[in-house]
Design a protein around this ligand. Structure first.
Ligand SMILES: [Zn+2]
Length: 112
């Protein structure tokens, strides 16, 4: 699968994740999706991301989770969504060495 095909598949899978979340009583807002390489480099310099982030390839999205109207900041709260996302073949940021629970991506060329 080439990058363009994978990007379009990723978008479709995010649609499934959002539908699943609402069907299970969760609510979401969009955080960051596309990130410019320039911004990714700035983040990496600050230690808050990597320069080859999948956000720069349109293969990652950050979703903000609300439960009963309350914004969730703890990675553990995102675990049901993360596990569903993994069942679709995605990579969940909650598994990262530095957990990033609101990050959902599709692996490309070994980057998650
Ligand atoms: Zn992210």
């Amino acid at each position: 699968m080439n990058l363009g095909q994978e990007q379009r598949q990723f978008t479709q899978l995010v649609g499934k994740l959002i539908t699943w979340a609402y069907a299970h009583g969760y609510e979401l807002t969009f955080g960051e999706a596309y990130r410019t390489p320039e911004q990714a480099a700035l983040n990496a310099a600050k230690g808050s991301g990597i320069s080859n982030s999948l956000h720069t390839k349109r293969l990652a999205v950050d979703l903000q989770l609300f439960i009963a109207g309350v914004y969730q900041t703890d990675t553990e709260a995102y675990k049901p969504l993360g596990e569903y996302w993994e069942s679709l073949g995605g990579a969940w940021g909650g598994r990262f060495s530095k957990p990033d629970g609101n990050h959902f991506s599709l692996e490309f060329e070994g980057v998650r």
